[in-house]
Design a protein around this ligand. Structure first.
Ligand SMILES: *[C@@H]1O[C@H](CO)[C@@H](O)[C@H](O)[C@H]1NC(C)=O
Ligand SMILES: *[C@@H]1O[C@H](CO)[C@@H](O)[C@H](O)[C@H]1NC(C)=O
Ligand SMILES: *[C@@H]1O[C@H](CO)[C@@H](O)[C@H](O)[C@H]1NC(C)=O
Ligand SMILES: *[C@@H]1O[C@H](CO)[C@@H](O)[C@H](O)[C@H]1NC(C)=O
Ligand SMILES: *[C@@H]1O[C@H](CO)[C@@H](O)[C@H](O)[C@H]1NC(C)=O
Ligand SMILES: *[C@@H]1O[C@H](CO)[C@@H](O)[C@H](O)[C@H]1NC(C)=O
Ligand SMILES: *[C@@H]1O[C@H](CO)[C@@H](O)[C@H](O)[C@H]1NC(C)=O
Ligand SMILES: *[C@@H]1O[C@H](CO)[C@@H](O)[C@H](O)[C@H]1NC(C)=O
Ligand SMILES: *[C@@H]1O[C@H](CO)[C@@H](O)[C@H](O)[C@H]1NC(C)=O
Length: 890
């Protein structure tokens, strides 16, 4: 898979990368070994004889009786005969021999057996091992070492054996040596033979090397910061990488062999919209033919699920350049592969400020598009905004800004060249102390503005930003008088001195600082020093978007992305789609939730038809990615998202009723053949568009849905005061889609102010389960009667439940239960078809026709009624006739 992916490198020159290593020891003479000048000819320690070894002058000590012909490094001379199970402490060694490096020559051991070497660096040192020779030390079986190995690891930490740096070989001479670094303080070099051998041995040099050593081995990363609680992850922000060469990154253990089975992530984060990231790999050296396990990938976003920009495996150098705000470089390593002749990568990082025409330009209105039609076609149109050129000031923004929106710009949301959203930056135009940007919307627009970064230097609010409703001209006469009025109308005011950077030091974007206008026009005013400061520029950048309230719903001022469509005010038909005004989402790198709420008026229903849907992804917390994480299952009661992890980890579209019931949910790789999914509801419905991990460069999945408000009076919340009547379902037109669902929550109240016996007949010819729809009869709870919306709350204790399979049932309600609540609840593929009829017996006599149903305890006082002399029986008579007839008598 991996090698099939294209490398999108800007430049990729193949050069012969060298293993970067500096020999610990250079043997210039004919001496016996590192510490022995000659094996005889010098005085023996203790004074008995002249025939002992001559040691080199610097740092060597004679071995003494155990090996009179040899010398060793001072401090280690007691291990002359058996250099096994020892501790080498950098400070002690330096004290005794004046050196921080030396040699480890293991004894020739008969397997199985083992030797350990503890290497204790001083503060600011890393441990380096250079391996020259292995004899009978296991072998590589394709994934790991068997029979024996030499392992470098942390002294304390226990890794799984697969993640350990283990080397093996039957009879190997390494020239250049295999270089290993350990960067976690005290380290342990372990030599272990687990099978029978005659003579197993290794030879290596060790060195305690200063981290600040700038030559060769002294590499350490620059400009980045370690991400806590990770093995090898780093964050590089543009603010900490100013100046060439100030940021450098490399694979772990560089320039040594990197450890196996690692996944290291390097996140590059920019604070400015126009910043591009240039990664210059000066050396890449990965094992040959292991591209499936050892590779580098670059993604547009901060998560491993973000879109892939390129991958690297066989290249020796490369340069990649992409816009921010987030790029993720991932380094993956597989098992260590003999001959251990590779060492990963090293790269320089540059953040480049560049006006870029390949980046996303402002979202633009198609020329001459009628205003009403522009809403849903905007995201496909990518033309640069043409900025109002009536004023001379704007010519500056044309010439210097290349179309960027800066001081003096007037952005129109409509007409040819109008921009629906974009970025603005006061640095796009020549310096002026007073900087005004006008954002002019169409009559039904509101304007959203989000500030990303700013720097205001002057004290006492002499530098400031104001975002003001309406169109305002400044700098001319009359400005002074205008000010107090303006102050009142400022939606947002930021006073100097004040600094905002889009991100915090840990690379997370700050909470958005955004406003939404009430009207169609907005003015951004920036007042700052009369001249530009050399070292600290005063500026503001951010994004804007126009939101057409007529077609896109009423914008919710507090929410990032929420709109409401009211059945009475909105067009009866319309469409909604994935947000096109993504410029104002530049600083979102988390879950993005956009909602459209549809509120049908009384006697209305709303139909929402999801017509088009792109594949949706999952971003599991573990960082694994795929469409497999969530699956859509459609049944009689709507479509459902099925996932093992919470739904917010999965891209999805949900239709949620006002009472929180999920009417349908779509996720994963939903088949186009199952579309459209239609929900018709008689209560409010919220369409939730949820992108599990939004990032500016990837923007989430696309969808299109149509909505319509229908005149459907059959499920209003109504009160009937007639003593008899009928409520029956009315056929509504259907789309014929396989996945069409009806959601009804109807409440009817049968109310009477005289005592009565109520009979309710319910019938249905449908053969449906109780779960798909049912009608319930309730006592009147007395609460919630004030408002129409609260009628549902009037349903008190449940008396009876009718299901379609009952076909026909007559319910005789308790005597003197004058008010009952009938509820219909349906969530089904078929519209419920039913007929409810009721009639009342009003008894005002002591000689009634037929005995009334036993009285519930609460209304036991009913018996007193029998004292009345007159008796009337009203059956199947409209209440108003009864009412008129009775009222004078009551
Ligand atoms: C270094 O050696 C001196 C004496 O030669 C001794 O006093 C001192 O403690 C030693 N330091 C260490 C760190 O071993
Ligand atoms: C070194 O130490 C280990 C564990 O302490 C022991 O198993 C091994 O035999 C020792 N090696 C030698 C050569 O003494
Ligand atoms: C190679 O050895 C490792 C243990 O070091 C073992 O886990 C693995 O299964 C072996 N692989 C093969 C292909 O034999
Ligand atoms: C917005 O400004 C334009 C240009 O000044 C003006 O024609 C229009 O009437 C204004 N719209 C509103 C709603 O104030
Ligand atoms: C709803 O429709 C019914 C008749 O179908 C009517 O009596 C009632 O006034 C309507 N309600 C509203 C709020 O329009
Ligand atoms: C719904 O009824 C209103 C008036 O009550 C009417 O203006 C509107 O056109 C009707 N809509 C449809 C789709 O019939
Ligand atoms: C409603 O539709 C069903 C099937 O769609 C049909 O059988 C029935 O006759 C219709 N009823 C009315 C009142 O139109
Ligand atoms: C009544 O119908 C609703 C909606 O389909 C369902 O949720 C509920 O469980 C049903 N009640 C019974 C008692 O089956
Ligand atoms: C339901 O049953 C009653 C009597 O039990 C009958 O009068 C009525 O016509 C029936 N209704 C239907 C729809 O079958």
């Amino acid at each position: 898979m991996r090698h099939a992916l294209a490398l999108l490198a800007v430049a990729c020159t193949v050069a012969s990368a060298q293993l970067a290593w500096t020999p610990i020891f250079l043997d210039g003479s004919s001496q016996v070994d590192l510490w022995t000048q000659s094996s005889s000819g010098c005085a023996c320690p203790g004074g008995d004889g002249e025939d002992c070894a001559c040691c080199v002058r610097d740092g060597a000590c004679p071995c003494g009786d155990v090996a009179p012909t040899r010398c060793a490094q001072c401090g280690l001379e007691q291990y002359c005969a058996n250099m096994c199970n020892i501790t080498i402490d950098s400070r002690v060694l330096k004290n005794k021999s004046g050196k921080t490096f030396g040699q480890i020559k293991s004894p020739s051991i008969e397997g199985p057996g083992s030797c350990s070497y503890f290497l204790q660096p001083d503060a600011g040192q890393r441990v380096e091992i250079q391996l020259y020779r292995l004899v009978s030390v296991g072998r590589f079986n394709g994934t790991g070492c068997v029979g024996g190995w030499l392992q470098l690891g942390g002294a304390g930490a226990v890794q799984s054996s697969a993640a350990e740096t283990r080397l093996c070989g039957a009879n190997e001479r390494y020239s250049p040596p295999v270089v290993l670094f350990a960067d976690h303080g005290a380290s342990k070099l372990e030599f272990r033979i687990t099978e029978k051998t005659v003579r197993s041995q290794f030879l290596a040099f060790f060195s305690f090397t200063s981290l600040s050593n700038t030559q060769g081995v002294g590499f350490h990363p620059r400009g980045g910061s370690r991400i806590p609680h990770t093995d090898c992850d780093w964050l590089y922000q543009d603010v900490s990488c100013r100046g060439a060469g100030s940021c450098v990154l490399a694979s772990p253990g560089y320039p040594g062999l990197y450890p196996p089975h690692r996944r290291c992530r390097y996140l590059f984060a920019t604070n400015s919209v126009n910043t591009r990231v240039k990664i210059i790999f000066t050396s890449i050296l990965l094992p040959r033919n292991h591209c499936a396990t050892d590779y580098l990938t670059l993604r547009a976003g901060n998560s491993p699920s973000a879109p892939l920009l390129g991958s690297i495996c066989t290249e020796r150098t490369a340069t990649l350049e992409h816009p921010g705000p987030n790029l993720l470089l991932e380094f993956s390593s597989g098992p260590l592969v003999p001959r251990y002749d590779y060492n990963g990568f090293i790269a320089k990082l540059e953040f480049i400020e560049r006006v870029d025409s390949s980046g996303p330009p402002p979202t633009v209105v198609p020329p001459s598009a009628p205003l009403a039609a522009l809403t849903h076609h905007m995201q496909n149109v990518d033309r640069m905004a043409i900025i109002d050129s009536n004023s001379a000031a704007n010519e500056v923004s044309h010439n210097n800004g290349g179309g960027r929106i800066g001081c003096g710009a007037t952005v129109r949301a409509y007409g040819p060249g109008g921009a629906r959203s974009g970025h603005f930056d006061t640095r796009a135009t020549a310096w002026r102390s007073q900087c005004v940007v006008h954002l002019l919307g169409a009559p039904t627009d509101v304007v959203q503005v989000s500030l990303f970064n700013y720097n205001l230097r002057l004290q006492s609010c002499r530098s400031h930003i104001e975002i003001i409703e309406g169109v305002h001209e400044f700098g001319g006469r009359g400005d002074r008088g205008d000010r107090s009025e303006r102050g009142d109308r400022a939606l947002l005011r930021v006073c100097g001195p004040s600094v905002r950077e889009a991100r915090d030091p840990s690379g997370r974007f700050l909470i958005r600082q955004a406003v939404t206008s009430k009207g169609a026009n907005l003015t951004i005013l920036v007042r700052r020093a009369t001249s530009q400061s050399v070292d600290e520029e005063e500026f503001v950048d951010g994004a804007f978007a126009f939101h057409d309230e007529h077609h896109e719903g009423t914008a919710s001022p507090d929410a990032t992305c929420a709109a409401t469509h009211y059945g009475l005010a909105a067009p009866t038909h319309g469409g909604v789609a994935a947000p096109s005004h993504h410029h104002i989402f530049w600083n979102i790198e988390e879950r993005l939730l956009c909602t459209h709420r549809f509120i049908p008026a009384a006697n209305q229903s709303v139909t929402i038809e999801i017509q088009r849907l792109e594949r949706m992804w999952s971003a599991e917390p573990t960082g694994t990615v795929g469409a497999a994480g969530c699956r859509t299952a459609c049944g009689d009661a709507g479509c459902e998202c099925r996932a093992n992890t919470p739904l917010h980890y999965h891209d999805h579209i949900a239709l949620v009723a006002g009472d929180g019931i999920h009417l349908s949910c779509l996720c994963g790789d939903f088949q186009a053949a199952w579309l459209p999914v239609v929900v018709r509801s008689w209560t409010s419905v919220r369409l939730e568009y949820s992108v599990a991990h939004y990032t500016y460069a990837s923007r989430g999945f696309d969808y299109a849905a149509a909505y319509s408000f229908n005149n459907d009076s059959m499920c209003g919340q109504r009160t009937y005061t007639t003593h008899s009547g009928e409520i029956s379902s009315r056929n509504v037109s259907v789309t014929g889609s396989l996945n069409e669902f009806f959601y009804q929550q109807c409440t009817w109240v049968l109310d009477s102010n005289v005592e009565r016996q109520l009979f309710i007949d319910i019938s249905s010819e449908q053969d449906k389960s109780c779960g798909s729809w049912n009608i319930t009869l309730h006592e009147w709870s007395g609460s919630g009667a004030q408002s129409d919306a609260g009628l549902a709350a009037a349903a008190g204790e449940l008396l009876y439940t009718f299901c379609a399979r009952h076909k026909n049932h007559t319910y005789t309600l308790p005597w003197r239960l004058n008010t009952v609540v009938i509820r219909l609840v349906a969530l089904s593929r078929q519209q419920p078809l039913y007929r409810i009829r009721w009639r009342s017996q009003v008894v005002r006599a002591n000689n009634r026709l037929g005995p009334p149903t036993p009285v519930p305890a609460a209304s036991a006082a009913a018996a007193d009624l029998t004292q009345t002399t007159l008796a009337f029986i009203f059956t199947y008579l409209p209440w108003f006739i009864i009412g008129k007839a009775l009222r004078p008598m009551l």
